[in-house]
Design a protein around this ligand. Sequence first.
Ligand code: THU
Length: 132
Amino acid sequence: MKKKLLDCAIETRKKAEAKYSNFKVGASVLCKSGTIYTGCNIESSSYGLTICAERVAIFKALSEEKSEIVEIHVVANTKEAVSPCGACRQIILDYAQNAVIVLHNLEGAVKQFSATDLLPYHFKDKDLTYDK
Ligand code: THU
C-alpha cells in the first residue's frame, strides 16, 4: 500500500498548477475505508489563495466520506524528503491526528512522522474557549 500511495502522489504531482513558484507537490491520503484521495498544489495569481497539495487531498477525502484518514504521503522534487508547511501541519492535526505521515522526495528519500511529531504543542480545538 505504501508504494501505491507514493505512486499516486507522484502521479498527481504532475497535475500541479504551480506556474508562479514552479514547485510541484503531490499528496495522497488513505482512508480507513480503503479509498485513496490525491491532491496537488494549486496556485493563484493572488498568491495568498494558493492551496497546498496536502490540503487538497485531505479536503477531498473529508468532503467525500466520513472515514478516518490513516496515512498521508507527500512528495516533491526536494533534496531531502519534503517538509509540509505549517498550515498543512495544523490541518493534519485537526483532521488526521492519528495518521502516519510519510514524506518523500523523487530520489527515494523518505521520512515518517506522526501528526504531533510534525507540530508539537499545537493549537487544538479543545483550546477554544469563548469569552462571555
Ligand atoms: N506547497 C505544498 O503544496 N505543500 C507544502 O507543504 C509546502 C508548499 C506548495 C504551495 C506552493 O504552491 C508551492 O508549494 C511553493 O510554496
